[in-house]
Design a protein around this ligand. Structure first.
Ligand code: EPZ
Length: 422
């Protein structure tokens, strides 16, 4: 089992290249099911979730080939088996994103319910409610969702809450429905806008992506695409928090400045200098870290996917920070591990009170989910002594060789194989 060995850093200096956005690439790869032609997605990061999605597409009957940073999905050849099995879905909840495309293109989909996950129950009721509104007959049997429809037909759908993959699933399904669909109370994340951009390049008629109301004019068929995916705002945000925690001056190549506005505002408030440099972003922290108050919210609020990383930085701020998590019910699992490193954090319901300390102390810690893992890496960079982060397979789901990128700006961090229990 891989682990990371980290020694506290003094400064981070140099350049980091920001890769393609995981949470944009995943729905776009599922959108290949809407067309029979060969599609190509470029600037795709080398991640476990990309491999899992490609394996799922192959299981369904499409020949997906990953030659990083390109993923090619071959033209439909034989029979499509519109079934996503538990063995694949349990590895990655985002597999639910094949549900909309399969029932829209093939009239049937059998997709395993994703089940719970470390950070919360994460139901998919909004996905199913929307598909029913489009005319799909939905039943749940033996842990699988079965959706059937001769032809989906346009409808008006009002989400009870803002759901990123729910918005994406329904946008893809409606793209092949008969007639017009209006989605209300949509997620506004940049990854939703990126998916709409690709669907329109495939011939769809989608307006309003990035706002809370999206109108989709249904088509009879869609064309394949060749597209380079946008940069990953959460990967970039993670590196901003690393520089903020350790101190230093780093150029983040291709960082999506506009998609990071809530993060930039919050970290400037913590004492960082963050400026555009052409298509890149210059991040620096020379002064002490000021404490912040942050509450996660759907975009354009402060992203939940940055909460753990911000917390790691606030562990060594000068004063008390309050981080409130409103999206997921169990997204503080990094807290006990950070406390083992000397952090002073108390959790009251969905708020974490962080009293900054001068230094953390290195320890052996356990990753529990993707962003909690990143938080522990950042903590290791500001800890005295050695930190070993176990179960880094969580990290590999969403970060492409993070240890190489951090070592490239002066961090002492290496991957090694840990013998014995993970
Ligand atoms: C997406 O997950 C992201 N994943 C998550 O990133 C991200 O944390 C999340 O959006 C919030 O921004 C991908 O895009 C692949 P939601 P998603 O549906 O779509 C509840 C990462 O770190 N809900 O927006 O699954 C849900 O329980 C991952 O890269 C329902 O109740 O999240 C949650 O409390 C982690 N019913 C809230 O809504 C539904 O039908 C937001 O969930 C759907 C969601």
């Amino acid at each position: 089992m891989d682990a990371l060995r980290i020694r506290g850093a003094t400064r981070l200096e140099g350049t980091i290249h920001v890769g393609g956005a995981k949470n944009a690439a995943l729905p776009i790869l599922c959108a290949t099911l809407l067309s029979d032609g060969q599609s190509r997605l470029r600037n795709v990061p080398r991640l476990r979730d990309i491999e899992t999605t490609s394996a799922l597409l192959r299981f369904l009957g499409r020949n997906a080939v990953v030659t990083s940073p390109v993923v090619e999905v071959g033209a439909a050849t034989g029979e499509i088996r519109p079934e996503a099995p538990y063995e694949l879905v349990r590895q990655m909840r985002a597999s639910v994103l094949v549900l909309g495309p399969l029932v829209a293109r093939y009239g049937r989909a059998k997709v395993s319910l994703p089940g719970g996950c470390a950070i919360g129950a994460r139901p998919i009721d909004q996905h199913l409610k929307g598909l029913e509104a489009l005319g799909a007959r939905i039943r749940v049997e033996h842990g699988y969702v079965i959706a059937e429809a001769r032809r989906l037909r346009g409808a008006e759908i009002v989400f009870d809450l803002q759901t990123v993959t729910g918005t994406e699933n329904l946008m893809m399904a409606a793209a092949l429905a008969k007639g017009r669909t209006t989605l209300v109370n949509c997620a506004r994340e940049p990854e939703v806008e990126e998916l709409a951009r690709v669907l329109n390049r495939m011939g769809a008629h989608i307006e309003g992506a990035g706002t809370d109301t999206i109108v989709i004019g249904g088509c009879d068929e869609l064309e394949p695409f060749d597209h380079a995916v946008i940069a990953d705002r959460i990967e970039a945000g993670t590196f901003i928090a690393a520089v903020g925690a350790v101190g230093g001056n780093v150029l983040l190549e291709q960082a999506p400045f506009d998609d990071l506005e809530p993060v930039v505002a919050k970290l400037r408030g913590a004492g960082m200098e963050i400026e555009r440099e052409g298509e890149h972003m210059r991040v620096a922290r020379e002064r002490t870290i000021s404490p912040v108050k942050a509450t996660t919210a759907p975009h354009p609020g402060f992203p939940t996917d940055m909460q753990a990383q911000l917390m790691a930085m606030m562990c060594v701020a000068q004063g008390q920070s309050v981080l409130t998590e409103t999206i997921f019910e169990n997204r503080f699992m990094h807290v006990p591990e950070l406390c083992r490193m000397g952090a002073r954090i108390e959790v009251h319901n969905n708020a974490a009170i962080v009293d900054g300390v001068p230094r953390l102390s290195g320890a052996s810690v356990m990753a529990t989910d993707l962003r909690a893992s990143a938080s522990l890496v950042i903590a290791g960079l500001v800890a005295e002594g050695e930190t070993v982060v176990r179960r880094v397979y969580h990290l590999d789901r969403g970060y492409d060789r993070i240890e190489r990128k951090l070592a490239g700006v002066g961090a002492t961090i290496e991957r090694f194989t840990l013998e014995g229990p993970p």
